[in-house]
Design a protein around this ligand. Structure first.
Ligand SMILES: [Zn+2]
Ligand SMILES: [Zn+2]
Length: 333
């Protein structure tokens, strides 16, 4: 099924601010069923000299999906349809063929995946990534990067409000927080070699808050959150992965969060990685990618100027981008 018009090289790259020197490692396209960007727009932007990368939601393993019907809520699939994966790969390859000779890095295209870690399914998930990579390779390309992500714990999709409310009726918010960070940690351990960066670590505070638990105002809950987050940062410090500073958090409704130490800037909402954690992670030597997690045109590199200034203030000299599954330092100018 063709979702997009055939790529036309005369097409202009969309107008995206070229924000200082920070690559955007996280964009979505129509192929994931809940975003509105065209693949071609992102690639055209990349070729126009803006470092932006597609990190598309990979399909969930079919064995995992088979068990979802038993849950007391509708299971919304946030990923490419498995049947369409081939078309997406062909699309990436077609782009590559058309732009050969134009690409700034001829051997790399900015196509990667956001790969869901699901407890108990590590083997199946690796197979999904391998199959995408092998088809790309047959066509002279390869998977550029993998961002690992936790969107589910105990089979419950955390981004579904009803499912989240269900989960919070079954277990305490403290346990949800601890299980979430534990799942991120296990993901990194079990998916070794399949994780260049962790996507939006810590987003659980947004999801819990959205489900009505108001954890920002609750001393105990936010204490559990910060402790679990710091433990997770300690764990990642010794691993060969980057943590993503995901600027979609700055779009959300955390402006009135009472925790001053979480905000980058008093007039703005705070990010998924609270300022307090960001400073801690820098001290522990953690490496970062930055991603706007854009799903709609116009969201590329959102708030990158702000992140740029904060990182500079904190003495960070470089962030990372991924090129052919290798971490490449990019100096912050
Ligand atoms: Zn998404
Ligand atoms: Zn994403």
């Amino acid at each position: 099924m063709a979702r997009e018009e055939p790529w036309n090289y005369s097409r202009q790259a969309p107008d995206i601010v070229k924000a200082r020197s920070i690559p955007d490692m996280h964009a979505h396209t129509r192929w994931c069923n809940h975003a509105h960007n065209n693949t071609e727009d992102i690639i055209a932007t990349f070729l126009s000299g803006v470092d932006c990368h597609i990190t598309e939601h990979a399909p969930l393993p079919s064995d995992f999906l088979k068990g979802r019907g038993k849950m007391p809520f509708a299971y919304d699939i946030r990923g490419m349809n498995r049947e369409e994966m081939g078309s997406w790969i062909r699309m990436c390859n077609m782009q590559k063929e058309q732009v050969e000779g134009f690409a700034r890095e001829a051997s790399s295209m900015p196509c990667g995946i956001e790969l869901d870690y699901l407890q108990g399914y590590a083997r199946d998930i690796k197979q999904v990534a391998d199959s995408i990579d092998s088809v790309l390779r047959k066509n002279g390309s390869r998977l550029n990067h993998i961002g690992l992500v936790v969107h589910n714990i105990s089979g419950v999709p955390l981004f579904n409000r009803h499912a989240m409310a269900y989960l919070l009726s079954e277990v305490s918010a403290h346990d949800v927080i601890r299980n979430y960070f534990e799942s991120q940690r296990r993901g990194i351990e079990e998916m070794e070699g399949y994780c260049d960066f962790m996507c939006h670590p810590g987003i659980i505070h947004y999801l819990i808050n959205r489900a009505g638990a108001k954890m920002m105002e609750d001393e105990h809950l936010s204490g559990t959150y910060i402790r679990a987050y710091k433990d997770f940062v300690d764990f990642t410090a010794s691993k060969d992965i980057c943590l993503e500073i995901n600027t979609s958090g700055l779009e959300r409704d955390f402006l009135h969060c009472p925790r001053e130490e979480w905000h980058l800037h008093p007039d703005r909402p705070h990010p998924h990685m609270p300022y307090e954690i960001l400073k801690y992670a820098i001290k522990r030597g953690v490496r970062f990618t930055v991603g706007s997690d854009w799903h709609n045109p116009g969201e590329g590199q959102r708030y990158f100027d702000q992140v740029h200034d904060v990182l500079k203030q904190l003495g960070v000299k470089e962030v990372y981008k991924i090129v052919n599954r290798e971490k490449v330092a990019v100096g912050i100018s």
